[in-house]
Design a protein around this ligand. Structure first.
Ligand SMILES: [Zn+2]
Length: 503
């Protein structure tokens, strides 16, 4: 690695950041990084604690003696990284150090890793915490009146299990600063909670007896998809919704018998592909093709500009051997349900323009031999609305006439945004004083660890912040070098300001 000294202040940040890029830390394999942080803290005589799920905290007590239990500050990051690499790049995440390099884009210097993720998400958080710890210890930083807890969680990337299962006695404080955001001109102060459920419907298959029936497949592809939370308001097509719109119309006009419906893959992704296989009279084939051609024009118009590569294809399946179908009644009820099940943003935040309040992603449909299985992911900024949406969906499923079993797969709390909390107000003011600019205050429509912290410590105020990182979770991940100093400057000014209140 080239000279870290050229990266700007503080050099301790870059030293720690570099050290931890040598340590394996894929999600659920955080042993070595936890051991490293613990040792660094113990070298300086700071007390550490590890909870059952293996989160680590370092306590840095106020030099003024114990302040009241709820006046401290928690600085938090997660220890794990997303381990992604380019297919042909030789790298073993369980032992190889990352190979760092700097690149320049539009006169900006960025740090990145050769062929792999960089782990700036969330290595920057760890490096800030350790740099602060070290500088407090050697006396170059002084927040005498602050009790600081440095919290390092496990397994953020895979399922937030470190935050969701943390020991409630591990930390205490009035404010928490989460160091896991990736834009230096904004602070996040709230996020959506969610509920993902799976529904199963049993059915009996019938045999195709009419020899004049042919098997046809209609498939949807070419959609952008995206994250079911942060991309849900981008008017992108949902392959399953487009497919059921088409099949509902075909079912009304033609005498068809459906064999299967398939689509989607992950519950946190907007489905990009889906297909239906059905039987239709040979003689109706031309009419069907003309009908779909018209439909395709109308539907493609709707997605011009957001999903211009949408493709709707019809194929004749000459060698299709599974001559079974849904019963006609089951088919009608199922297609009705999938046609009217809501999708996308359900409501917007009343005052924060563009922020989605409550949403739903009709995510996955699978046809098994005698079961249709589908998965739905819902999100909301409030617990109440999340429950209302779930109640409405259950009611809708009941009204469908189908016998449906529901199983909750995951459920997690929201971090309800308070746009004028004391910590937000102080942070805005400090940012303005330091940079002579207004910071953007935002809430996001996706899950963050802060949701669990705010659920477990309802009186703790929190914000999430961090330097500019682009291409997260991919081998293109890169960290803006200048931005690290910017957030450092802000952090110190904020901590100074917060320390005053305790003096
Ligand atoms: Zn992260």
């Amino acid at each position: 690695m080239e000279n870290l000294k050229e990266f700007g202040e503080p050099s301790e940040f870059w030293q720690f950041f570099y050290e931890i890029t040598k340590i394996p830390r894929c999600s659920t394999h955080e042993d070595k990084i936890r051991e490293y942080i613990k040792k660094e803290a113990e070298k300086l005589d700071y007390q550490t604690e590890i909870d059952e799920i293996k989160n680590l905290v370092v306590h840095i007590p106020s030099k003024k003696g114990a302040t009241s239990a709820n006046s401290g500050i928690v600085l938090q990051s997660h220890m794990d990284i997303v381990c992604e690499k380019n297919k042909d790049y030789p790298h073993d995440f369980s032992k190889d150090p990352l190979k760092l390099k700097t690149i320049e884009i539009d006169n900006e210097k960025w740090l990145t890793a050769e062929g792999t993720t960089l782990g700036a998400d969330n290595g920057v958080g760890i490096a800030y915490q350790l740099a602060i710890m070290k500088k407090i210890h050697d006396g170059t930083l002084n927040f005498d009146a602050l009790d600081l807890d440095l919290l390092f969680t496990v397994d953020e990337e895979r399922g937030l299990s470190g935050a969701s299962q943390m020991d409630k006695n591990l930390i205490s404080g009035k404010y928490l600063l989460n160091l896991d955001s990736e834009e230096d001109d904004r602070f996040t102060i709230g996020c959506a909670g969610g509920r993902v459920f799976k529904a199963e419907i049993s059915f009996e298959r019938e045999l195709v007896s009419n020899p004049n029936l042919i098997a046809v497949r209609i498939s949807i592809s070419g959609l952008l998809g995206g994250h079911s939370g942060t991309d849900i308001n981008k008017k992108r097509g949902n392959a399953l919704k487009i497919l059921t719109e088409i099949i509902w119309k075909i079912n009304l006009k033609f005498n068809i018998l459906v064999n299967s419906l398939e689509g989607g893959n992950l519950t946190n992704a907007i489905p990009r592909e889906a297909h239906v296989i059905f039987f239709i009279e040979q003689g109706q084939r031309n009419e069907l093709e003309a009908f779909i051609k018209d439909l395709t024009t109308n539907i493609k118009n709707l997605y011009e500009g957001t999903d211009s590569n949408l493709e709707i294809l019809i194929d004749l399946l000459k060698d299709f051997t599974d001559k079974t179908t849904f019963s006609k009644d089951f088919q009608n009820e199922l297609i009705d349900l999938f046609y009217i099940i809501p999708n996308g943003p359900i409501s917007l935040h009343p005052t924060n323009e563009g922020l989605v309040h409550t949403s739903l992603n009709f995510a996955v449909v699978h046809t098994l031999e005698n079961v249709i299985e589908f998965k739905v992911s819902t999100r909301s900024l409030t617990q109440y609305d999340k429950d209302v949406l779930f109640e409405k969906l259950k009611t809708l499923l009941k009204m469908s006439g189908l016998d449906i079993d529901i199983e909750i797969i995951t459920i997690y709390p929201s971090w309800p945004p308070v746009f004028s909390s004391k910590l937000t107000e102080i942070s805005k003011q400090v940012y303005k004083n330091v940079f002579d600019k207004e910071v953007i205050i935002q809430a996001i429509h996706a899950g963050l660890e802060c949701a669990f912290f705010s659920y477990y410590y309802p009186n703790m105020e929190m914000i999430s912040l961090g330097p500019n990182v682009l291409g997260g979770h991919s081998p293109d991940e890169r960290l803006n070098i200048r931005s690290v100093s910017k957030i450092w400057k802000f952090l110190l000014a904020l901590l100074k300001n917060l320390a005053q209140f305790n003096e």
